[in-house]
Design a protein around this ligand. Structure first.
Ligand code: ZN
Ligand code: ZN
Length: 136
């Protein structure tokens, strides 16, 4: 079983990074175990969300970029909702939101957007201090 929040973090990172990256660098930035990262990358590759040729860099496909932006946005919107409406701490909100991002339907996200008076389709990366969660 692959942990959803880890998959989402990989997608968030690749979208935010916005250029090719080597698996070793990605592993360091995310602070993941080699085996965990490998199985996530393989799954995303099977879903045609990224290309990863052996000994080459990893890169999101167009489909991967779209999907990463969408799931990242769910994360940011849920995070803002948890912080503003439920007054959760930044780190708790971030971790919960990462985990929930892929499980919340777009309809539910729409309801949250109405409440926050924002649009589902704008990119809301300013709701999360995402750099803080990657090592440099
Ligand atoms: Zn976050
Ligand atoms: Zn959505």
């Amino acid at each position: 079983m692959i942990n959803t929040s880890k998959v989402n973090l990989v997608l968030d990172f690749l979208y935010f990074w916005n250029r090719p990256i080597r698996a070793g660098d990605l592993k360091t930035r995310l602070n993941f175990k080699h085996s965990t990262l490998n199985s996530i990358l393989k799954r995303l590759e099977e879903q045609k969300l990224l290309v990863w040729e052996k000994y080459k860099e990893i890169q999101l496909t167009e489909k991967g970029k779209e999907s990463a932006m969408h799931v990242s946005n769910h994360h940011f919107i849920i995070e803002r909702f948890l912080k503003e409406s439920l007054i959760c701490s930044d780190e708790f909100a971030h971790n919960q939101a990462l985990h929930l991002a892929g499980t919340f339907s777009c309809e539910l996200i729409e309801e949250i957007c109405k409440k926050l008076n924002i649009s589902h389709n704008d990119f809301h990366d300013h709701f999360c201090d995402i750099r803080k969660y990657f090592s440099s």
